[in-house]
Design a protein around this ligand. Structure first.
Ligand code: GLC
Length: 805
């Protein structure tokens, strides 16, 4: 079943049926104030940190689901009827595109709802009886506030008098306290009202006084700041007693549960339209609140700020665009996959509808990977992020698993073993990618502090990361598993060894060697790390190959995991894909390993992470055995890990296989079966339930903040479409399905814009750059487009195979 569609022309995802199987959210704002907003306007808002800057409350994993939010209630004074601009919380019976949900023609008693999520803005429309109501939500550029501009239109023949109520629920700023410490938090607020603006004030030990406000344009008739008074006892957001009464009580909460409710009376002649703009923001009602309220008195201000938000996103999204024969690929590639990459770059894994925000800051490995998805559009913001991450690497090479740049200080206090076997190695994925994108080689010589003590150049940091892995190998010469590798739930402690980190280590060495080769530096380092590489390759062939695929590793007691002879799971996805990414064996083995992926792991919804799922608890294997089969890292279709086989197949030149794997878990390809998939068709989820689950196969969970976003974007743009930056030019290596006869990619690279048109299929036979032929590479070499002058536009036409065009 379908709940919405992609409107590519407006870059919106349009939800026409409000009872989506889960909350389908959007992120408004950038990296200062962020509002997470569902298709029913629920969600929370925070300033800088979702942990300690939580302004608007959301109740996670609660019933009714998806509460609270920013709600706009309308009461018709003629008949006392009450509804909300979004379907929830009042939940009127609704029709869908002119039909009732049972397919009959809809009557006027049914409301019709639409939500249009776009980059940085969400628009909600409700048509009910003769009133069309619309709420436009956004976070203005440079402001720590969310704006909800509500427009009411009278489309009937009679004059209407409507009560309009805007409502928000305040949070106690510190999320853990807010969720637990009720004996304290319920006795701290001192609510106020300043000239019709609600003032949210409280004093926190040790005497912080964070402030927020809720303001609205137009005359405030009445207000409430005490949730109990506004909603009424034993009621919920769907039936506030104040709305029913058509009036608030001007309650000023002193302690208790604070809210913000502002009541307006809107009189509308037939055909008339009126707008009231509500603003919830951080700061003092007397200053910030007044300032923003007066700014938004004119609806021009709303238009102006909305267009700034649009421009902001345009500047980011325009760095890369694609045009392919597959609309599901275009919608994701041009808009939503990129929006999600920017969002993970901003918020790492801290704030979503699943990540409740109790942990803010940056996941080390997560953020190292997140940079890959934004490098093409905001390289200037990537460099400082890389420095933040490098500062979380210890002088002995391991990394802090988690970094809090807002409160970071150097010192021994950062050294908290056990370390992870992969974290530090991701620096050797992120930094070479940054250098390839920008050519900013001087970065390698910048000195950066280590987390514990001392400092080193970026180049030295990279070497130390390699040394840490070398110094932490187990009895078979493979990397020790330590606390975990990329898979947080595979905990091969003690002498346990992981092939994933071993392959990643190999890839990291390859990256390092290529860097030295390109920049002609580090001669002695080259020989040193080549020796590491040779030894690793030997050990992998000896202890990593299982006959038909690669094993996943060894547990502390020496037993193999992910081997045909293993108890529980006999094959793991990452052990095959990363063999290719790490170039860990001869091509025949790599191909055999990928064949095993198709045979044993691939499904119509993507490849499961391991098969069969573990049934029994096994402490030596780790936390993955705590999940029922098919969920999360135990036989789930973990989407992040589904991107790597796509890259792997493209690297092996098996383009059709690559695309088949890519499309299997592509959210936009699930649009028509959204009732099964259940999460947003426009955002990747952390996992899709695997085939071993008894009844939820194909259902996605935990959307938005996942490394899937970045890697899916890399897999599509750099490996399938094949346009990827290199040290000495822009590679074009088409690995698209054989059924595609052409596609285009426009991409910014080192300040120039390349418009690349690829026609035909098969081997590249002709390359024209601005009409001039470029030699076609031979002998397995990749086509490199030369680096063009910054500011220039380069037209590239690539012909493949036998084509007459
Ligand atoms: C989550 C974590 C990530 C980890 C993955 C697999 O997505 O954020 O760090 O690699 O799960 O366990």
């Amino acid at each position: 079943m379908q709940y919405g569609y992609f409107d590519d022309a407006t870059q919106e995802y349009v939800i026409f049926r409000p009872d989506t199987p889960a909350s389908w959210v959007n992120y408004l704002g950038t990296d200062q104030y962020c509002a997470i907003v569902s298709n029913n306007a629920s969600g929370y808002g925070f300033h800088k940190s979702p942990k300690s800057g939580r302004m608007l409350r959301f109740r996670f994993n609660s019933v009714p689901t998806d509460r609270p939010g920013r709600y706009f209630y309308i009461k018709d004074r003629d008949d006392g009827d009450v509804w909300s601009v979004t379907w929830q919380p009042v939940a009127k019976p609704f029709s869908v595109r002119g039909k009732s949900v049972d397919g009959k023609a809809a009557g006027p008693q049914l409301a019709e709802y639409e939500c249009r999520h776009a980059p940085g803005t969400s628009r909600f429309i409700c048509r009910y009886k003769s009133i069309e109501a619309e709420a436009r939500a956004f976070v203005p550029d440079g402001e720590n506030a969310e704006v909800w501009s509500v427009t009411l239109r009278n489309q009937g023949k009679q004059e209407k008098t409507l009560d309009l109520f805007g409502y928000v629920e305040w949070c106690f700023w510190h999320i853990q306290q807010d969720a637990m410490n009720f004996q304290y938090i319920l006795y701290t607020c001192r609510m106020g009202e300043v000239d019709g603006i609600i003032d949210y004030s409280l004093r926190l030990w040790p005497f912080e006084e964070p402030r927020a406000f809720f303001a609205s344009t137009g005359k405030v008739e009445s207000f409430d700041t005490d949730r109990e008074v506004f909603l009424g006892n034993y009621r919920h957001e769907g039936q506030p007693v104040a709305v029913e009464n058509g009036r608030c009580s001007n309650s000023l909460a002193v302690g208790g549960t604070p809210c913000g409710a502002l009541h307006h009376v809107v009189k509308l002649a037939p055909g008339e339209t009126k707008t009231i703009t509500f603003i919830a923001g951080v700061g003092d009602a007397r200053t910030e609140g007044q300032r923003l309220r007066s700014y938004y008195q004119s609806t021009d201000a709303v238009e102006r700020e909305l267009s700034k938000v649009k421009q902001y996103w345009q500047s980011r999204l325009s760095a890369l665009s694609v045009s392919t024969p597959d609309p599901a690929v275009n919608s994701m590639g041009n808009v939503w996959n990129q929006v999600q990459c920017q969002t993970t770059f901003n918020w790492s894994r801290s704030a979503s509808f699943n990540e409740a925000g109790g942990r803010d800051g940056l996941g080390f490995r997560d953020s190292c990977q997140d940079v890959l998805g934004v490098l093409h559009s905001i390289p200037e913001l990537v460099r400082p992020r890389l420095v933040e991450l490098l500062r979380a690497e210890h002088s002995f090479g391991a990394a802090m698993h988690h970094v809090q740049p807002l409160s970071w200080t150097q010192g021994q206090h950062n050294v908290t073993p056990p370390h992870f076997s992969d974290d530090h190695l991701w620096l050797l994925i992120a930094i070479p990618a940054y250098l390839r994108e920008t050519g900013d080689y001087a970065f390698l010589d910048q000195r950066v502090e280590y987390a514990d003590v001392g400092s080193g150049t970026v180049y030295e940091h990279l070497k130390m990361a390699l040394e840490f892995s070398w110094n932490n190998r187990g009895p078979h010469g493979l990397c020790l598993g330590l606390a975990a590798d990329w898979n947080d739930c595979l905990n091969l402690k003690g002498r346990g060894e992981t092939i994933f980190s071993t392959f990643l280590f190999l890839r990291a060495i390859n990256e390092f060697l290529e860097l030295c080769d390109t920049l002609q530096r580090g001669d002695s380092d080259v020989a040193h790390f080549q020796a590491y590489k040779a030894e690793l390759l030997d050990k992998i062939q000896e202890h990593g190959w299982d006959g038909q695929w690669f094993v996943r590793g060894y547990v502390d007691s020496g037993k193999k995991i992910g081997s045909a002879e293993s108890h529980g799971s006999t094959i793991f996805l990452n052990a095959q894909s990363w063999a290719v990414l790490g170039e860990a064996a001869e091509p025949e083995r790599l191909v055999a390993a990928m064949d095993a992926v198709h045979k044993h792991l691939a499904t119509e919804h993507g490849a499961v992470l391991n098969a069969p799922s573990y049934i029994d608890h096994d402490a030596e294997v780790g936390a993955i055995t705590t999940f029922p089969g098919g969920l999360k890292e135990n036989g789930g279709i973990f989407c992040h890990a589904n991107t790597w086989p796509v890259v792997a197949e493209a690297m092996l030149g098996r383009a059709d296989e690559a695309f088949k794997l890519y499309r299997a878990f592509l959210p936009s390809a699930k649009n028509e079966s959204a009732d099964v998939y259940s999460m947003e068709p426009y955002a990747y989820a952390q996992f899709i339930t695997g085939k071993d689950h008894p009844y939820k196969f194909g259902r996605a969970r935990n959307s938005w903040l996942t490394g899937t976003a970045t890697w899916a974007f890399v897999a599509l743009s750099q490996y399938i479409l094949g346009v990827r930056p290199d040290y000495n030019g822009l590679i074009v290596d088409p690995q698209v399905p054989s059924t595609w006869s052409e596609y285009q990619v426009t991409r910014r690279f080192r300040g120039a814009t390349y418009r690349i048109e690829v026609v035909g299929s098969g081997k590249i036979t002709q390359v024209l750059v601005d009409g001039e032929p470029l030699p076609v590479p031979s002998g397995g070499k990749k086509l490199h487009l030369p680096i063009a002058a910054p500011g220039s536009a380069v037209q590239v036409r690539i012909l493949r195979g036998q084509t007459s065009r």
